[in-house]
Design a protein around this ligand. Sequence first.
Ligand code: 3AM
Length: 178
Amino acid sequence: MRLFIGIRLPDPIADRLAMTAGGVPGARWIPRENLHLTLRFLGDTETPMAEDLVDELSALRAPAFDLRLSGVGLFGDRRRTRMLWAGVEPQPALTHLQKKVEQAAQRAGFEPERRKFHPHVTLARLRDAPRSRIQQFLHENGDLSTPPFEVVDFTLYRSFLSSDGARYEPQCDFELDP
Ligand code: 3AM
């Protein structure tokens, strides 16, 4: 099964992000119910390793925290699929949680994640999108800012890929300390 660990967004926050969709030809917008902040991509995983991971994540202790999304940006270049994303205001408790999640994944037997953690919420994947429309999107949504919301847990997701795109199914929530 294809797995990743992420943070769910409260409905009003997902609603606000979903309002940014549109206006960029070649964009595949992430469906509102799929919007999330990825903490760790795990990929295809055998059941025993997934069970070890659940044990490790259940034992993880980290405090709950507030998070606020702000701004939008673009990852990637013309040779790769590019992504539009919403930014995350710096929050040391989020970085702390991500490190704990990384440690838990490694204890469960996953290879270390070599890439630096850039917290973001993917809004759309782009293919051959005109540069001018991307710039327009970045300009129009540059002042995106959500109210702070409390992150009280994080989630192990299963990802199902199909020609219609990905479907993400929460498998298990792990509570943070109040
Ligand atoms: O939340 P975002 O969109 O940044 O891009 C995928 C998504 O991240 C990423 O895992 C998240 C849930 O699908 N992802 C998918 N395949 C990946 C891979 N092979 C990957 N990240 C790293 N390596």
